[in-house]
Design a protein around this ligand. Sequence first.
Ligand SMILES: Nc1ncnc2c1ncn2[C@@H]1O[C@H](COP(=O)(O)OP(=O)(O)OP(=O)(O)O)[C@@H](O)[C@H]1O
Length: 249
Amino acid sequence: MNMIETRNLTKTYGDFTAVSHLNMHIQKRRVYGFLGPNGAGKSTTMKMFLGLTRPTEGQFYIDGKTYPKDRMSILKEIGSFIESPAFYGNLTGEENLEIIQKLLGLPKGSVSDALELVGLGPFRKRLAKKYSLGMKQRLGLAGALIGHPPILLLDEPTNGLDPAGIHEIRTLIRSLPRQYDCTVLVSSHLLPEVELMADDIGILNHGRLLFEGTLDDLKASARNAGFPTDNLEDTFLAMIDADNQRGGR
Ligand SMILES: Nc1ncnc2c1ncn2[C@@H]1O[C@H](COP(=O)(O)OP(=O)(O)OP(=O)(O)O)[C@@H](O)[C@H]1O
């Protein structure tokens, strides 16, 4: 079953097309890696799912609901982390999460659970403005996860983390479908990262979906198209390069 499905989803800004006729299929209880170079349109797509920017053309369906008709009930199902999340710098990490907990009407214990889940337990009493970049990313993730939403949209969640932090967050994301019955859409511009986290991937370039399927499907389709397949990152770069040579849009 598809938890998120788009049909010809398109977003233009003036005469610039940021997202073009996207047909994505994000299956329930899977991690979908949304891969593409800077400016490919990943954030714009996620912002449309959250109702933060309006599609110019096309539709999307989330858990059987239609945008814009069911916008509010769609939003209730999504936890998100889009671009650097904003916090109250003069409040502690814990206090920041308490605000979300109250807004969502969650039990008090959910704050500690979320802090532990992302490894911020020991830093709960520190002011958010004193957090390192990696700690801020973790706090953003905790904010997205706190209500155990059935759908998580995570835009480059490992940005700014050190290798140990990346490993930890990746392991956490991998475990979410099993642990919380969650469907995860996670964007990245790094194939090795997606390779370690995702069940399915979608490759976006200049707003167009170049590929969608499992990693094995990607290898097979790259082999058929004559791209290198020993190293999937080379495959990805060669696909992007070939698309750019063709004009890219
Ligand atoms: N409000 C806007 N007005 C005009 N152009 C925009 C606007 N928002 C995004 N764009 C353009 O749309 C394109 C896609 O941007 P988007 O942020 O979705 O890409 P991305 O794949 O998330 O890239 P990154 O990895 O750099 O975040 C970019 O060329 C960007 O400059």
